[in-house]
Design a protein around this ligand. Structure first.
Ligand SMILES: NC(=O)c1ccc[n+]([C@@H]2O[C@H](COP(=O)([O-])OP(=O)(O)OC[C@H]3O[C@@H](n4cnc5c(N)ncnc54)[C@H](O)[C@@H]3O)[C@@H](O)[C@H]2O)c1
Length: 266
């Protein structure tokens, strides 16, 4: 019960990593607000968690949605202790080109509106709400793509790089003011969630595609949403009280470097 009595808000929690974080928080004793843009998604996750979860519709791009969430949380719980800014999109749809040369300004802005502006608004709301409670932990879900260039998903990569740096700005801002609010980020890579479905498909070559995607990952497999959630629990808990402005990679070793060549015999 490492989060016993804490009040937590998770964005984009209708599925994938966000849903796993919400479930892990509740299992550690937190009261969890399961929020998502999709009005149908949070209900199922909150129902699965049980009586210590409540669904909330929150589009992270909308300042009014953040104000409404703040009011609902403070009215019900009287405090906000943890915010996980998890909602994110790649922009890689059926038609939208996301490469550096041809991405349109509208498509670029759409990715930044969710991935970066959503985080900026979330941090503002959290600082406001947590200041009253005298403590808090903000966890931003960045990405391995924020650490390296991704030519075919340029807006996504730029947005996640900005999230890494905004995390540091927020951490320093709060420390300068003795707010006792910590802000850290997690940089996952290749976590098997619905985000990957358009790239994996459900054809006979699915397994081959999966293997191909993780061929350069030293641990040679996809990560699980629960593995990201375990790290989020740590960052949300008092055990991480000396951590702020940090980024933790959770990528099967991908950012550690390139695989050894020639290959080590297995
Ligand atoms: N899965 C991975 O391999 C991976 C790797 C690195 C980083 N990430 C990051 O982790 C986070 C979660 O990814 P996931 O794989 O679980 O994605 P996902 O697509 O499975 O789930 C994302 C959720 O966010 C919601 N969402 C989208 N736009 C929103 C908005 N404007 N407001 C509120 N909710 C919104 C969606 O409805 C969905 O429920 C994202 O920020 C993503 O960039 C994922």
């Amino acid at each position: 019960m490492r989060l016993n009595g804490k009040s937590a808000l998770v964005t984009g929690a209708g599925r994938g990593i966000g849903a796993a974080v919400a479930e892990a928080f509740a299992a550690e004793g937190a009261w969890v607000w399961v929020s998502d843009l999709d009005p149908n998604a949070p209900e199922g996750v909150a129902a699965r968690i049980g009586k210590c979860a409540r669904p909330l519709v929150l589009d992270v791009r909308q300042p009014d949605d953040w104000s409404a969430a703040e009011q609902a949380i403070l009215a019900h719980s009287g405090r906000l202790d943890v915010l996980v800014n998890n909602a994110g999109i790649t922009g890689l749809g059926a038609s939208a080109a996301q490469d550096v040369e041809t991405v349109t300004l509208d498509d670029w802005r759409a990715v930044l509106a969710t991935n970066l502006e959503g985080v900026v608004l979330g941090c503002q709301m959290a600082i406001r709400a947590m200041r009253a409670g005298g403590a808090g932990s903000i966890i931003n879900i960045a990405s391995r793509s924020g650490h390296v260039g991704i030519p075919a998903a340029a807006a996504y990569a730029a947005s996640k790089a900005a999230v890494l740096n905004h995390t540091r700005s927020v951490a320093l801002y709060c420390a300068e003011r003795d707010l006792n609010i910590r802000c850290n980020s997690i940089s996952p890579a290749a976590i098997l969630t619905p985000m990957w479905e358009p790239m994996l498909g459900d054809g006979p070559d699915r397994e081959d595609r999966m293997a191909e995607f993780v061929a350069d990952t030293p641990l040679r497999r996809f990560g699980e949403p629960a593995e990201v959630a375990a790290l989020a629990v740590l960052l949300a808990s008092e055990e991480a009280r000396y951590m702020t402005g940090a980024d933790v990679t959770l990528d099967g070793g991908l950012l550690a470097g390139t695989a050894a060549r020639p290959e080590v015999a297995r």
